[in-house]
Design a protein around this ligand. Structure first.
Ligand code: KG4
Ligand code: ZN
Length: 348
């Protein structure tokens, strides 16, 4: 199949259903978003205090056809105008991934269009290309989401070297658990972000963990436990806790670790371009801290817009475009891989 024709605009319809958002976008040439429809299930999962996988899959099935139709309508396109169908095939919740993968395979097969399976984290990283038109690899990228905390070297489009990752909780998970412990609902990240603005980040000295045998790995479970211990101790001593101070001090501990690891790696590997990605990259303190230090060190700092940080279809369409240019299309028997590693593509 000769799919690369640089004269023509390439419009990719991209599906993301790895967790609790049913999202579909139409993206032109990897960087221009023609439509980006996100149907969030947050309201239903909030009742249970977190994502319930069975409910997520069921809601994806109910929503996906409508979201695809909306994405095409908003872009002013029909199926005939679409050059390829892209879909997140891992990592994520297997039942949730399967809904998007089955839909994408059926469409690609019925329409005789190329199918492109995309790694979810590769999508998060590629969200930076949408909002920063001048950004090109190589650069260093910190990926911080609800399920992942990765420090990766982006060598080229689709080529990654993982130099650090979390040994336990993902940073978004820590945000969500700490939020729950101080009575904020799900998802906790944005709520901690907001409440922390009213608190003192130096009120409580929570630990900044490092991992002994790997300087770029992260660990957040100790920090999470330290917050829970602090709350329990206060309760036992009948001391009223200050939720805003806890939120601000916890967030400061997270920011310090993320910034120090990333800046150290930038120095060691000689990068003058740093990007952040993933849901937690929407955090105002994290964005602010990176902006300040990068300015001070004369490093270019990139982040996606807030809406592009959390799960969406446009980021998948962007990553897919660069795979398409390389002729990296998937077979029609593409399967969901819940624990897919970054930089690993399905067997062709
Ligand atoms: O990338 P994402 O949408 O889903 C995954 O791939 O995991 O990230 C969701 C995570 C949740 O843990 C949520 O609490 C966190 O991103 N998050 C934030 C903020 N907005 C979303 N964490 C901190 N501050 C925020 N403003
Ligand atoms: Zn995500």
């Amino acid at each position: 199949m000769d799919i690369v024709n640089s004269e023509k605009n390439i419009d990719i319809l991209a599906i993301e259903s790895s967790c609790d958002e049913t999202a579909v976008a139409v993206v032109r040439n990897g960087r221009e978003v023609l439509s980006n429809i996100i149907s969030s299930q947050i309201d239903i999962h909030t009742i249970y205090g977190g994502v319930v996988p069975e409910i997520a899959s069921r809601k994806h099935i109910e929503n996906i056809d409508f979201v695809i139709k909306e994405a095409l309508n908003k872009a002013g396109k029909t199926f005939d105008d679409i050059d390829a169908i892209a879909v997140t095939y891992g990592p994520g919740l297997v039942g949730a991934l399967l809904v998007g993968v089955a839909e994408a395979k059926a469409m690609a097969f019925a329409l005789s269009k190329p199918l492109i399976g995309v790694h979810h984290i590769e999508g998060h990283i590629s969200a930076n290309y949408i909002d920063n038109k001048e950004l090109e690899p190589p650069f260093l990228c910190l990926v911080i989401s609800g399920g992942h905390t990765h420090l990766a070297i982006v060598r080229d489009y689709g080529e990654y070297e993982l130099i650090g990752k979390t040994r336990d909780d993902a940073v978004g998970e820590a945000f969500d658990k700490v939020a729950r412990s101080i009575g904020l609902g799900y998802p906790g990240g944005p709520k901690i972000d907001k409440l922390a603005k009213e608190g003192n980040p130096d009120a409580i000295n929570f630990p900044r963990a490092s991992v002994a045998d790997s300087k770029y790995d992260f660990s957040f479970s100790g920090l999470k436990s330290a917050v829970l211990n602090y709350i329990n101790t206060c309760e036992m001593k009948n001391i009223k806790i200050n939720e805003a101070d806890i939120a601000a001090s916890f967030q400061k501990a997270v920011v310090d670790v993320l910034v120090s690891h990333t800046m150290e790696a930038a120095k060691e590997y000689g990068f003058d371009k740093i990007a952040i990605a993933g849901g937690v990259a929407a955090n105002s303190a994290i964005r602010g801290a990176f902006m300040d230090i990068c300015k001070e060190k004369n490093i270019s700092f990139y982040s996606p817009s807030i809406i592009m940080c959390t799960d969406n279809g446009a980021m998948i369409g962007s990553a897919a475009y660069y795979e398409y240019l390389k002729g990296n299309v998937s077979k029609y028997d593409l399967n969901a891989i819940p624990n897919l590693k970054l930089g690993e593509r399905e067997k062709q």
